[in-house]
Design a protein around this ligand. Sequence first.
Ligand SMILES: *Cc1c(COP(=O)(O)O)cnc(C)c1O
Length: 435
Amino acid sequence: MKFYSTSSKNIQVSFEEAVWQGMAADGGLFVPETIDQLPENFWRNFFQKSFHQISFEVASHFLKGALPDDDLKKIIYQALVFDAPLVKVESTIFALELFHGPTLAFKDFGARFLAAVLGYQTARKQEEITILVATSGDTGSAVAHGFFNLPGIQVVVLYPSGKVSESQEKQFTTLGGNVTALEVEGTFDDCQRLVKQAFGDGEIKRKRILTSANSINIARLLPQMFYYFRAFQQLPQGTSQPVVISVPSGNFGNLTAGLWAKKMGLPVDRFVAATNINDVVPEYLRTQIFKSIDSKTTISNAMDVGDPSNFTRMMALYSRDHAALTKDVSGYKFTDEETVKAIREVYRAFNYIMDPHGAVGYLGLKKYLTSSNFSSIGIFLETAHPAKFKETVEKSIATSIQLPEPLLKLMSKEKKTICIKNDFMELKEYLLNSD
Ligand SMILES: *Cc1c(COP(=O)(O)O)cnc(C)c1O
């Protein structure tokens, strides 16, 4: 099975190479050559299979032998150590809770799977690698936890001093071990620039093998297919109505994984691309014109993306056919006011607490269901634990919420960082002189 670059079909690499490179040399993203329907026997006993078993069968079919079965199984068992429960919110509306991992957001699925794949590759190659990642908060914590204590892997997280929330900061500055946090006197963009410079520096490259754990890596996307299947397993027995899934979106990785799952035969009637006011994709669906924007700040800040990276993968999947895409996907955008109102109303009416991202997904689902003539079952993805956005959520529902156990434990731990100036030489010195 080959993976090709969305910028040029001539660039074709193996799965392992695609994971190693992250992004194709021409700036495109790797996508599979073909995605085939799962065989009949996948669906036989579907409801009796474990989450691990389903995930293994989906991954194995998707990768078509790129990894030996036994190794793939080990990777899945190592990565998937928490479930994705489907929780009833209203009579025909369910939340797929993706926040039961160590950093309480769905990015744990991708980060842990990527870590397991890279760990497997470095063990076989007998190499040491350094994961270098810039973060504005969530990516750093998911990556740091995913790679924590893996042999042969060093993790270096750069983050802007004073610009991430305390609970986010604790998630990647208290681990120790193979995780080092560099606290940069600068902005997130500065951190990203420093990382880019390091990747281009010959001297650093001679000393270390640098890899990125970027969200565009195919190994972060692949495991995001698993939980769409897991959602169907948990629908009430005998469900016969069409199923609509709403995905709160920023870089559109989650939605792309869902569309891949549909292509493999998951019977999703329609997807909803739900965004905050950074609505590049809903605008494309409406007008056929893709126009990136400067991102605007909102309360669902993990979706403040003005130039969504995975859009190119969606285009590749639908061969740039707008009509075909709009047959499967509807798009809506929502303001912060609407989001707050939804959090409040769903709490009051159904006693369910949504985070701002899940709330955008919920709104998208409602909007589609109201506009369609069918009676459907609706699922929205709840991508983060509400306590990660404590302030916004508490204000919305006028009630205080508890920090979950893993976050509480972290808050009492001491932060350990190395402070550096916004100066490439300081980063370089660190990378050359530490082991
Ligand atoms: C990253 C993130 C999103 C957006 O997911 P994409 O795959 O980038 O569309 C949504 N919600 C939360 C909580 C996130 O962290």
